[in-house]
Design a protein around this ligand. Sequence first.
Ligand SMILES: Nc1ncnc2c1ncn2[C@@H]1O[C@H](COP(=O)(O)OP(=O)(O)OP(=O)(O)O)[C@@H](O)[C@H]1O
Ligand SMILES: [Mg+2]
Length: 297
Amino acid sequence: MQNTNHLQVGKLSKTYRRGVKALNGLSFEAHNGIFGLLGPNGAGKSTLMRTIAGLQEPDEGQVHFNGVDILAEPQFIRNQLGYLPQDFGVYPGMSTWQLMEHLAILKGIHQHGERNDQIEQLLQHTNLWEYRKKAVSTFSGGMRQRFGVAQALLGNPQLVIVDEPTAGLDPEERNRFLDLLSELGEEKIVILSTHIVEDVRDLCQQVAIIHKGSLVEQGEPDILIERIKGKVWRKIMEKQLDFELGPDQYLLSSRLFAGKRRVHVLADRWPGEAFESVEPSLEDVYFSTFQEVPIHS
Ligand SMILES: Nc1ncnc2c1ncn2[C@@H]1O[C@H](COP(=O)(O)OP(=O)(O)OP(=O)(O)O)[C@@H](O)[C@H]1O
Ligand SMILES: [Mg+2]
């Protein structure tokens, strides 16, 4: 029978010094699969991930993994956790193999044969085996992130947390990296944070949108999209915005494309001349959750 894991995050709050409220009573639950955390810069994603990883304490709230209170028993989560931080440093002179060995020992994999087997298997799996004698500090961004996954998987963790792993990767490396994550979700909980909305659509079974430390939306990507079906309208215009929004109409996005401006508007009814109905995307969902008041331009 396949092992299923369960993560419960309950009403986490954290205020940093100088009054920055990074988490504001945030709760969610996750099971095996890939759970996407979407949110703009400063939303609280990294704070949330560090708290789940037991690396920092919240002011209030609980985290349970497979029924165990991990704030009370941080050692429990350490044995179950693979973590790829948003920025990680590497020792300049160390080869890939040496660094994996060092990190494996820190994770408590002391048996020599078992350690070697795991390192070989993970480097093969992340396509880094042929580079095992090269220093990680010389790797390209994509190779470095794949190394980040390889080290996070030492000790076969049941909960894997990856914090904005695709930032700065070229499209090919990004796809390769997302394929790698996708396989992991079959038997573990993988929590992935990103502000690249497209990363989430096909990959994640569940997505949570975080804004100002609160969870503003959660669900399956397709279901969230379905909810705004028939309500997203597009207009192409010259560079200047040339319309006014009525009450209950929201500007979702406004972008320049080949010298023209393309806007998406959320509205229950046709917003007016030259607007056409479009299939909503997860990006439309994302921006719709940030709307608090209609924008009258
Ligand atoms: N150690 C800290 N001390 C004080 N304030 C902090 C600290 N870490 C984060 N913050 C603040 O808390 C808020 C949330 O930060 P956090 O790094 O969790 O957001 P994020 O969603 O990961 O952002 P990004 O997408 O830029 O990585 C921000 O306003 C940030 O400036
Ligand atoms: Mg962050």
